[in-house]
Design a protein around this ligand. Structure first.
Ligand SMILES: [Zn+2]
Ligand SMILES: [Zn+2]
Length: 139
């Protein structure tokens, strides 16, 4: 027999993971590397009662679980469901961030680091420019 408290807890837990999956779907279904605010606007269409706090909380859990990554941006956090190594291109007109999939786009000479006794662990690169959507608008 399930006690009242236990059933309530189970329902809450289910609702929490449901919210999390909705948020994950939103992040993984776009290529613009959305902000938390953008994710919140989309999530509200599915779950009208959801709060921005809930969105932030679930984003943090998804990050902890390694299912999404946060991209370094000067203004605000941008989120990416592609967790493998890739590079980014940021449009200075619309602010969208796009994936650059070719991992050979930058050749890092590892000796530059090892010669100085530095242990190279990774490299965050963001290319800047105007994206195709914005370029089309100007022409
Ligand atoms: Zn653009
Ligand atoms: Zn990306």
């Amino acid at each position: 027999m399930i006690k009242k408290g236990e059933a309530g807890f189970a329902t809450k837990k289910l609702r929490r993971s449901f919210h999390r999956e909705i948020i994950y779907d939103i992040i993984s279904s776009t290529d613009i590397h959305p902000t938390a605010e953008w994710i919140y606007e989309k999530a509200k269409k599915v779950i009208p009662t959801i709060s921005l706090g809930t969105v932030y909380r679930n984003i943090n859990i998804l990050k902890e679980e390694g299912r999404i990554i946060e991209i370094v941006d000067d203004k605000e956090g941008r989120f990416d469901a592609k967790t493998y190594k890739h590079y980014h291109f940021k449009c200075s007109s619309c602010g969208n961030i796009y994936d650059i999939e070719n991992p050979d786009v930058i050749q890092v000479n590892k000796e530059i680091f090892s010669n100085r006794g530095f242990k190279l662990e990774g490299c965050d690169v963001v290319f800047n420019g105007i994206c195709n959507r914005c370029g089309d608008r100007e022409n």
